[in-house]
Design a protein around this ligand. Structure first.
Ligand code: ZN
Length: 203
């Protein structure tokens, strides 16, 4: 009995997720909305491709980005300075227009005892970026995740990005970048630490 309840729950959960057919139909509708003909040869397989592409753009929903920070190292050879990964390219999509956000991030922390493999910082960024986002929240989520899971003395995240919804439509201003930052711990409280990390980042 317990077994069958579990299956029903799973069916229910699955039922909430749209089936590929529905997604492709929605994309065909969108194509018609643009003024084009979804039955045109060049567009025939487009709904399938778009559905697949969006699964990939938004694969961050599949994981909790904190899992990338579970492997931590205590042997740091007495290193007690800032660890910084900069110019990390990323792509995301804005939740208001589902338009691309492309940019780069700088992520730094001041360890207290523990460090993580440096590539993990980029993985945390991608985990949050591969969702429908606003840049402000993306910046805050990356910083908070590192703060909560690595417990460092400080975290600093600066993100610079261009928004497709601004460059390709609306005010049409290509080349305009938006900068957001989140400082926690010593980088928030101590202006000298903040100055140091920002200058290492190139700001
Ligand atoms: Zn937008």
């Amino acid at each position: 009995m317990a077994c069958s309840t579990g299956t029903e729950d799973e069916d229910l959960a699955r039922g909430k997720e749209p089936v590929p057919q529905e997604v492709q139909e929605a994309i065909r509708t969108l194509i018609r909305w643009t003024g084009d003909d979804p039955a045109r040869e060049g567009l025939l397989d487009t709904p399938k491709r778009v559905a697949r592409a969006w699964r990939e753009y938004c694969q961050g929903y599949a994981d909790d980005p904190a899992i990338h920070l579970t492997r931590q190292f205590e042997e740091v050879g007495g290193y007690d300075e800032i660890v910084l990964l900069k110019d990390i390219p990323f792509q995301s999509h804005c939740e208001h227009h589902m338009a691309p956000i492309t940019g780069k991030a700088a992520i730094a922390y001041l360890p207290s005892r523990k460090v993580v493999g440096i590539s993990k910082l980029a993985r945390v960024l991608h985990g949050f970026a591969q969702r429908l986002q606003i840049q402000e929240r993306l910046t805050a989520e990356v910083a908070q995740c590192i703060w909560d899971n690595l417990h460092p003395q400080g975290v600093a995240v600066v993100i610079e990005a261009q928004h497709g919804c601004m460059t390709g439509r609306g005010v049409r201003t290509p080349g305009v970048g938006m900068v957001t930052s989140r400082m926690l711990g010593c980088f928030l409280e101590d202006s000298r630490s903040r100055k140091e990390v920002l200058s290492l980042m190139g700001y």
